[in-house]
Design a protein around this ligand. Structure first.
Ligand code: GTP
Length: 241
């Protein structure tokens, strides 16, 4: 094999998995603190930005490098719900509320209702991409009963004395939404915050695999039908019309 051929194989083998995660939630729940904590391991108490920010960073998950593209969304007010463009861009959603803020938990519920009304919940299972970043895969028709790649996260778990939302309520909502759930404190937990992003990535990957399998099953299913037709009666033996 030529050396250029070998190089091609090596490059393919070391291809880095990519995932796009949108971090959404009511104002001041700690979205930026979580994103910065995950990307830099640092905690920035006051993070002032007026518009959404997009970051790219590589992390190692289960021994493999993964390129995370993270969208830190920015809401002007409580009534500001994510637009369809965020949902079509993201492979996974980190839905954040603060355990010290009942309204932010209600925001998540409203958000879910909003998606359902828009017909965007559950989300499609394959990764999709913004046209400006990379080409989108063809849309896949998936069963609405399959869980969307979402993780519900209750932030500010260090402030238990000010808790307004119990862990049980978070668990129940996550069960209802068929998604994973965790409580963390961006202010003082490095590993737990990273774990949340990693778990969401794993969920996206497993959804992608399920999608691929279901697509393959359908393709193979279609082939099976045509094979049994070939093995069955010949064309000449079939009625003419
Ligand atoms: N105690 C505590 N405070 C936190 C935690 N995470 C964030 N905060 C604080 O919550 C406030 C809001 O944090 P941000 O990260 O700016 O929240 P955000 O959701 O990005 O806010 P917007 O961009 O305005 O929507 C800041 O004062 C943070 O210091 C946490 O885990 N514990």
């Amino acid at each position: 094999m030529s050396s250029s051929g070998m190089r091609g194989i090596r490059r393919k083998k070391s291809a880095v998995a990519e995932v796009k995660i949108a971090v959404i939630g009511a104002p001041s729940v700690g979205k930026s603190a979580l994103v910065v904590r995950f990307l830099t391991k640092r905690y920035i108490g006051e993070y002032d930005h007026q518009s959404e920010q997009r970051y790219r960073s590589e992390a190692v998950v289960d021994g493999e490098p993964v390129l995370f593209e993270v969208l830190d969304t920015c809401n002007k007010n409580d009534d500001d719900l994510p637009g369809a463009e965020i949902l079509s861009w993201a492979d996974g959603l980190l839905l954040v509320y603060s355990i010290t803020d009942r309204q932010s938990f209600d925001w998540v519920k409203r958000c879910r209702l909003h998606f359902t009304e828009q017909g965007t919940w559950p989300l499609r299972l394959s990764g999709s991409s913004s046209p400006s970043l990379s080409p989108s895969p063809p849309p896949l028709d998936v069963s609405p009963s399959t869980s969307p790649p979402t993780l519900l996260l209750g932030n500010k778990a260090d402030m238990v004395h000010l808790r307004q939302v119990s862990s049980e309520e978070g668990e129940i909502l996550a069960k209802d939404m068929e998604c994973q759930f965790c409580e963390v404190a961006a202010s003082d937990q490095v590993l737990q915050v990273a774990s949340a992003f990693h778990d969401l990535y794993r969920e996206v990957q497993s959804c992608r695999k399920r999608c691929k399998t279901s697509l393959l099953d359908r393709v193979l299913g279609a082939n099976k039908t045509s094979r049994s037709y070939v093995r069955g009666k010949s064309d000449s033996a079939l009625p003419k019309d």
